[in-house]
Design a binder for this molecule. Structure first.
Ligand code: HEM
Length: 483
């Protein structure tokens, strides 16, 4: 059964129960939701069940949980449950008419379509080399032992990786030192207040707009240069850079095959190149979708491994086996790292970077027999769903073996939804997993890490909850160990 198949008003179609408790008019449970949405929704699910409703900032929210409900939401007709209408607050990031602000679902699909090959297996092998090079370069900057802010380091790494693989070397060279701050301001400008209006005159939104303008201007200049360039005019890659491995690369000179190159080569249905603002908006949208989320997933992977150090010797043995010292890191080796893969998957399950996914009901409909009136915001939470004991045995426990033969808990359709599901499932999943695994392959090999604090609680003040800052860890380079 999919959303929309119930006749609203029929006897089987009752409204979802109201979230119990006294809530503020119009604001609803906003203070508790703002403090810790996952705790609020988990507690409510335990008391009320897998579907309930509540007001939030003047909207009626219908929250649903469980693989069957997820299936109905992810597979719903977009004329009934619309992601574009739910995420319109992203318009200042993507730009007018782009991504979630496209005029129709078909137009949004057409904008995303050209990117898919750029994230496909042919390019991933070259991206893996950029990922390895950036991870090694990052570690090389650290003294032999000391303390680092793990999230900040992984974030810098993922800024460089996303920029080089998606936008290109010239942009990275031109903007490099500026980028972590600009991306941070872009990302920090997407917050709950945007559901009211993403144009509210608040400092975070002003910083977001300034950051977007600076990034867009620099991308615009790179686009102009590339459009003017004659074949054979390719710039040399960074000296000693991993970009020499990007596809299309000939003897030290890079013929760009980053996502920008793919978008510049793309043609509309009537054979015209994509307009520059569309190319710019898609690139900024991809950076937004994939850069910080990947860094956060990598940081949670590290926190979990430090909390469960008994896995580290096995992970190192796996590294030795599939990625022999002296060889290059490629997708083949990364795919064979099964234990590391399961550890990253546990990070996705226990700490999904996106904790809330949304759809706007454009018509009266029903989910799992609960009436969903037109205008409601339908909400799903990977963070709540991943702790369902009906789906994941002993769900609060870090247990990479749950994905192994005989259990395969991730195979249950719409159970593990850290990257969404159905038609709008994340197109960057393979890229993100590759990046997190490449980062941890290098880190496991090169450093020993210990927690420097007991906390590492999620920071729910941001849209993509990372471990609270500073995420301090102690390390020692393995090359510095007395033999
Ligand atoms: C750990 C990293 C990432 C996480 C956790 C993540 C998560 C998600 C989720 C949950 C969705 C579905 C949203 C929904 O249905 O409401 C999604 C969609 C999407 N993601 Fe990711 N993502 C990540 C990395 C990336 C990367 C690296 C890229 C691109 C380079 C990317 C591009 C996209 C795009 C374009 C969509 C929209 C797809 C569509 O609507 O058809 N993501 N992502």
């Amino acid at each position: 059964m999919t959303a929309g198949t119930h006749e609203p008003g029929s006897r089987e179609c009752a409204p979802a129960p109201r979230l119990p408790g006294r809530h503020l008019p119009w604001l609803g449970p906003l203070p508790a939701f703002h403090r810790d949405p996952v705790a609020l929704l988990r507690a409510a699910r335990e008391r009320v069940g897998n579907a309930f409703s509540f007001p939030l900032l003047g909207q009626d929210v219908v929250f649903v949980c469980g693989p069957e409900a997820h299936a109905e939401v992810f597979e719903a007709d977009e004329a009934v449950l619309s992601p574009r209408e739910a995420y319109r607050f992203m318009k200042p990031v993507f730009g007018p008419g782009i991504g979630y602000d496209a005029a129709t679902p078909e137009e949004m699909d057409a904008q995303i379509a050209p990117i898919r090959p750029a994230l496909g297996s042919r390019n991933l092998d070259a991206y893996a080399r950029v990922m390895e090079a950036e991870a090694r370069a990052q570690v090389a900057c650290w003294p032999a032992a000391g303390e680092i802010d793990l999230l900040a380091e992984l974030n810098r790494m993922s800024v460089a990786i996303a920029t080089r693989c998606l936008i290109g070397e010239e942009f990275h060279r031109r903007m490099g030192p500026e980028l972590p701050r600009l991306y941070h301001e872009l990302e920090s400008g997407v917050r709950l207040a945007g559901m009211l209006s993403p144009r509210l005159p608040i400092p975070a939104f002003r910083r977001r707009d300034r950051a977007r303008a600076a990034i867009a201007e620099a991308i615009g200049e790179v686009i102009a240069e590339r459009r003017c360039r004659r074949p054979g005019d390719e710039p040399a890659g960074l000296p000693g850079s991993a970009s020499a491995g990007l596809p299309g690369c000939v003897s030290g000179a890079v013929r760009e095959q980053d996502m920008l190159a793919v978008l510049l080569a793309a043609r509309t249905e009537d054979g015209r190149p994509l307009p520059d603002p569309v190319v710019t908006g898609i690139l900024i949208g991809m950076i937004f979708a994939g850069q910080h989320t990947s860094a956060v997933l990598a940081a949670w992977t590290g926190v979990l491994l430090m909390r469960h150090p008994q896995y580290v010797p096995r992970l190192r043995a796996e590294q030795e086996e599939v990625w022999p010292p002296g060889s290059r890191l490629g997708t083949g080796a990364l795919h064979r790292m099964e234990l590391l893969d399961s550890c990253v998957r546990e990070a996705e399950r226990l700490h999904p970077p996106l904790i809330l996914l949304m759809r706007k009901a454009l018509r009266d409909t029903a989910i799992r027999g609960h009436r969903v009136p037109a205008g409601s915001l339908v909400m799903i939470s990977p963070a709540v769903a991943h702790r369902m004991p009906e789906v994941f045995r002993d769900p609060d426990r870090f247990d990479p073996s749950r994905y192994g033969a005989g259990r395969c808990e991730h195979r249950r359709p719409y159970g593990l939804i850290g990257f969404g599901g159905g038609k709008h499932r994340c197109i960057g999943l393979a890229f993100a997993y590759l990046q997190v695994k490449a980062a941890w392959s290098v880190l496991l090999r090169e450093v020993d890490l210990w927690p420097a604090e007991s906390g590492y609680a999620p920071d729910y003040s941001t849209f993509v909850p990372a471990p609270k800052a500073p995420c301090t860890v102690r390390y020692r380079k393995r090359s510095a160990e007395p033999s």
